[in-house]
Design a protein around this ligand. Structure first.
Ligand code: FE2
Ligand code: FE2
Length: 193
């Protein structure tokens, strides 16, 4: 994994999504598998963008990865799902430690859906999260690196394909999170601790 940093399994486990959070189902293209892969990319990107002089709160983007698509009503554009996720977490402040800026978590959830130009501000956390989310687009071959917001993400295009290829067919949600971590370990994307 040249040019790519690794995250640890313990770091990823801090943000493990709960199956009960999903409004519809933790299965499917915006389910637990997607959120777990985006979570992994969010933590690696948060570390890598420091080389681009971007300071990113990795806790914020980790929690956004865990929450951002849980309130979908369907697998289409579903333009309201970011706003619903933001409002849903703001109604549950006890879920996050007091050291986590819940307003920032909600902000990135809210604005991860529309185009960059619509967001009031493209904060470092919103840029990194949108790139992490883009690395797991279901039509992965449609991906156009020209639209990425950080240089670090462009170094991860091969790794994201190998992780997606090896894990997108997983169907058993009870084991899915750990199975994806095992694959990421075997591919050198994560290290254990
Ligand atoms: Fe989304
Ligand atoms: Fe997503």
């Amino acid at each position: 994994m040249t040019n790519m940093r690794q995250a640890t399994t313990a770091q990823i486990r801090r943000f493990e999504p709960d199956l009960g959070w999903f409004f519809r189902t933790p299965e499917g293209i915006h389910g637990l598998g997607h959120e777990t892969r985006v979570l992994i990319w969010s933590q690696i990107l948060s570390s890598m963008v420091r080389e681009e002089n971007m300071g990113v709160d990795s806790d914020v983007v980790g929690w956004v990865a865990a929450f951002h698509d849980t309130q979908r009503w369907n697998d289409g554009i579903d333009a309201g799902h970011g706003t619903r996720a933001a409002d849903w977490i703001l109604e549950r402040p006890s879920w996050l430690s007091s050291s986590i800026p819940i307003e920032e978590v909600a902000y990135v959830c809210r604005w991860h859906v529309p185009g960059d130009e619509e967001a009031p501000a493209m904060t470092p956390e919103l840029k990194v999260f949108k790139d992490a989310d883009a690395l797991d687009r279901w039509r992965i071959d449609d991906h156009d690196p020209a639209y990425l917001r950080t240089n670090a993400t462009k170094k991860m295009l091969d790794a994201r394909y190998s992780l997606w290829e090896a894990t997108h067919g997983f169907v058993h949600v009870d084991e899915m999170f750990e199975q994806i971590l095992i694959v990421a370990l075997s591919q050198g994307i994560l290290v254990s601790d």
